[in-house]
Every structure is written in structure tokens, then in C-alpha cells.
Design a protein around this ligand. Sequence first.
Ligand code: ADP
Ligand code: MG
Length: 724
Amino acid sequence: MSKLRFESVKETMGREPVNVAYVGNRAEIFAKHVFGKEAMQEFLDKEVYEALSEVMITGHKIDRKLADSIATGMKNWAMQHGATHYTHWFQPLTGATAEKHDSFFEIFPGGQAVEKFAGSQLVQQEPDGSSFPNGGIRSTAAARGYTIWDPTSPAFVYGTTLYIPTIFISYTGEVLDYKTPLLRSLTAIDKAATAVAKYFDEEATKVIATLGWEQEYFLVDRALFTSRVDLVTTGRTLVGKDAPRGQELDDHYFADIPQRVMGFMRDLEITSLSLGIPVKTRHNEVAPNQFELAPIFEEANTAVDHNMLLMKVMKDIAHKHNFEVLLHEKPFAGINGSGKHNNWSLMTNTGTNLLNPGKNPKDNLEFLTFFVNTIKAVNEYEELLRASVASAGNDHRLGANEAPPAIISVFIGSQMTQIFEEIKGVAKTDKTKHDETLNLLERIPEIKLDKTDRNRTSPFAFTGNRFEFRAVGSAANSSYPMTILNMIVAKQLELFKKEVDTLIATKKMTNENAILKVLKSYIKDSDKILFSGNGYAKAWEKEAKKRGLSNHKTTPEALNALTDKKTINLFEGMGVLTKREVHAKYEVEMEIYTTKILIEAKALTDIVMGQVVPAAIKYQKELANIVKNMNNIYGKDAKKYSKESLDLLKQVSEDINMIAEGVRKMQKDIKKSEKMSLEAEALFLAKEIKPQFDVIRKHADKLEGLVDDDIWPLAKYSEMLFTK
Ligand code: ADP
Ligand code: MG
């Protein structure tokens, strides 16, 4: 490491003490900073507590008087936990969470100072929303937006602030956030899934979607991070030569967690637990300095809020340990990227996991119903599901030589594949007699989570009692993919129920036979989406094309699925978004994409022209001087001695020229793109501009290998990835 760069990190290297003070066991800490059941009971009157508990389940409106009592109780509780301020916490379409803090402090007209929190302040606020993306919605309405309390996700205290989870809508009631569509999709899946679950269980009156996310991330030393403009402004390295020791040794996964990292993890876990985030698993990931954190799964709305909160807390705690946490999907070229697997299932109020194979044929028929309908839904809407995970960052994973591919397919494992084959076989030999299939259902085994059988390249895999949507990016707000998944499965279950009911009514079939008949037809219909081979292989791309599956490798291409008629009908039909809201969402996504690529272009230019080229020129000058001196000393024999320097000079000079030329061309092309429509611009940036980054980068990385380490201005991969 150059002396310059070493000075910047030596302070923090290996700094964490091994033993730390005992802070209590984890069950004791859990949810201490959450306004949950216990706190509510203590700080609210009995009737108020009961009314609020009801609202937390139903999400129904709360009357103003009740709101005043809740607000006062919440404030008193929060102040006991050190809160002086409160904030409506929301999830605008920027991707990050937003907050604006107000203190409880107020002065009454008589001059008396008090701490006050009124019901109206709890229920609704009017943040200055003009800086949040809205896809043209607000420019046509008033320039105002409202945040409205979401009582289904509990409030909490973080630092000195009471956080109140809220939705964010425009003055005219249109969606401006991630949470509202998610809540609507949860209502849709509840309704549709409960109706179907009733075939099997009279007592089923509610179905929730469950989500367990697995958050992958990188840690780098903060001093090194800060020294890199590209990391600071774009979250990823735009230049940087492969580390000599990359993933070749594969010894990182499940290896010892370094001490400083362990200190960070422990702090993070304790803070997360106190906030009610049920974190449970931590381990190294495949790449150096890459890690994963997974909680116990929860109801999807809470799980999403908890993931958003975790990503925020991670940053704060990382800073405390002089780390920076990288949530970008691909911070380092040539090194494994980060995802956020979304484990998803459905659960009834009676405690049944609807994707868990049962112990008898009846339970298995219920399992099979939800299993097959989910697959059918993905089969029908694979393109929309792909669109739900599209982002500039995730383009570096999906379809870019990294798991999973951009093609959405479903992996169900060998046991379920065989059962599908058998069910299809029965259908062939007999039209109405389903006893054979029922016998077959008896044989659905308990599906073991067999690590060796799990296809790591599949974007959507059945893992024994849930589906695992692996195409979600590490930086993403899981709301959106979960909204789409809930919505398409809800739609599918509605269709299913209609078909089954028709068979029962018109063909006088028993419930079981009608269900089986429809499931058989769905299994046959879903052939195209099932795939258990290697998702990396070129052959799969060919095969998928033949099957008619989409394969969108860039965000602008993937997003097109949002605006087609089938999608809009679906959104409107399921009550998740209106046509106007879908268009706004599309526009916002496209805008975010183009903005990100343009920021990257600017950062790349700054870094190569402001740091890489000047360093190379310094070195060029040194080399030129050597060659000149050699000539002076050796005269016509000089060539013999300065051959290497001359060679190096030539290479360095060539790379400098190529970079300058590349940047000029890129600038010219970006100028061209400024006159285009949003769609054309986004596509142009994806197809024409972004590939130019790689050309420029290639020469910058070559220079990194040539220029004297002592004058190289940027932290190197080996330093960022192996500094513990
Ligand atoms: P792996 O890395 O092998 O996929 P992990 O243990 O890291 O497994 O993560 C599994 C995730 O799946 C956890 O977040 C867990 O809570 C979640 N999960 C387990 N069962 C369900 C379920 N029924 N619904 C949703 N998520 C689930
Ligand atoms: Mg997983």
C-alpha cells in the first residue's frame, strides 16, 4: 500500500477489542424501543389499547379522539426512551426512506412551555414533498403531499426520535411511495387467498403474506471509501483493477468473521433487536469483505419496514466502527455482487403456512393449490416480475454473468418435478377419476431443505416451505417486488376460484375433484416457466427464447412491461395502482435510471481526468526523463538500456490517449442524448453510453497496473477488500 493510503487507514486496522461488556440477553433487548403490545398496555387506557390493537390488524381508520389519546400515550412512552422529537417516516420513490423531525416542544399562548403531541400530528402531516419524485403527478395537482400514519407497522424510537411509519400520497390521493401499493396488494392477497383457503379450512378468515429477506452487503474501511469519488457518489467503483487474490480461494464463506467486523455485527444486531428487527443469522458471503444478515420472517409490511430501517441503521453503526457499508448490487467489478433474497409465503390466521407440504392428502391438496397457483402466476406475469427488480445497480447482476439471470424461471426441485409429472400422467389416462391423484398426494414427502439440491442460479426457487425470489437487488426496497408478487398471485387465485366454483356448480363435481382438475390444467400450462438447469449457461438463453420467456438485460427494456395493457388492467383490477399511478411509477423509474447513469458518467469523467490521467502523466514525465537521461549518458547505445522504460512510456502514453479520447466521445454522445425523449434517452444510455464506461475503464485499469504504486491516487481493490 502506498504510504499515503496507508496513513489513512492504519488508525482503524484491527481496532476492535475481543471482549465487550455484557449487555443482556437478546430476548430481553428485543423490541425494547418499539411501541408494541407491552408499551401500549402500559401507556394507553384499556379501551384505547383495545381499539388500537384492532386497528393494527385491520388497518381501519382511527377517529380523532382516539388518536389524541394514542398520541399522548405514545409521546409519554417515547420520552421515557429518550425521544425529544418525532418524525413521520416514509418511503418515497427515491428508494431511501425520508423523515423530517419536529420536537414535542411547544409554547402555549400564555407562554407556558410543554411537551405535546396531538392526535392530528400523529395521524397526518404535510411534508414539503416537492423534492420527491412523482412522475408528473403533482405538477398537475397541487405541489403538496401527505404522510398518513400506518398503524399496522409499529412506531419506534431510534436515537432521540420517535419514528412513525407512514404512507405518502399526493394532495389528490395518488400514490407517491412504495408502501401504499404494498398495503393494497396485501389486502388483495388476503381476500383472494382466504377465499381459496376456505375450501380446506372453514376457520381461515385471514391470510397474510410473510417475508424473510436476506441482506447482503460489503464493508470497506471508511477512510478508503471516502478517498474514492466513485464509491461516494455512485456506490460502486467505476475503475479499479482486479485484486490479485479475488474469489479464487473460496475460503471466505463461513470462514472466521474478522474482529472489527464482528464488533460491527454485534452492535448492529443489538440495535436492530431493540428496534424489533428479529435478526438471527450472520455469515460471510462468497466475496471478500462481503456479508449477509437475515432475520426471522415476519408479516410482509413489517418485514419491509424492518429491512428499510436495517439499511439505515447499518450505515450509522458502520460509521461508528469506521466502516462504510456498501449496499450497491455490484460495488466491485469481477467480484460477486450483492442481492436480497426475498423468501415469501402465505400464512392463515389459523397458523398454516400454505406453502408447507402437509401430512395427509387433504393438507397436501391445499399446499398444491397455493404452490401451483404461485407458479402459474409467475408463468403469466414473468415479465412484470422482472420489471419489479429492475434498477441500474441490479443490471450488473441480472443477465451479466452473475446469478440469477435476467430470465425469470421457477425451480421446484426434483421431488415436486416428479409429482408434477405423475399428476400430468394421471390426467392423460382418465378424465374424471381423480382417486389416483389423491393417492398420489399422499406421497408428497416432507420436502427437505437439501442444500446440495438447491439451484443457486434460479431467480425464483421453491425451498421446501416457501418461494425464494432471488433476483431482488441488495439496495432495493422489497416493497415493490413483494407488491407485484402478491398482486399476481392474488389475481391468479381469483381466477382459480372462479374456475373451481364453476366446475362445482355446473359439473356437480366435489370440491376436491374440481380443484384437482383445474390444478392439472395449470401444471400443464406452466411448463414454460419451470427450469432446473444452469441459469448461467448460454444454452438456457436459447432455450428460454424458444419458450417465449423474456430476457431483458437492461432496466429501460425491462420497465416496458409496466406500461402494457395487460399490466395496467391487472393493477387496476386488483386495486393496487390506477393507470395514472402506473404511468407515474414507470416515469419515475426511468428518471431514476437515467439520473444514475448520468451521475456515473460524470463521476467516471472526474475520476479518470482528475486523478487517473494526472497520475499517469506524472509517471509519463518520470519515464520520459529517464529515457532522455539515458540518451545523454549512453548516446547511441541508450536503446539497449532504456528499452523497458521506453516500452512502458509507450504503453502509458497510449492508455492516457485512449482515456482522453473515450471521455471526449462519451461527452459528445451524452450531449446527443439530452435532446431525446425520456424513453429514448434511457435506452440510449443503457445501450450506447454505459458500454463506453467499460472501454474507458479498461485503459484506466491498465494504467493502475503500470503506474508506480506510490503515486497512484486511488485505493486499490486489494486494499479495500482485504483490509479487515
Ligand atoms: P439460505 O441462505 O439458505 O437461503 P437463510 O437462513 O439465510 O437461508 O434465510 C432463510 C430466510 O427465509 C430467513 O429470513 C427466514 O426467516 C426465511 N423464511 C423461512 N420460512 C419462511 C416463510 N414461511 N415465509 C417467509 N420467509 C421464510
Ligand atoms: Mg437464500
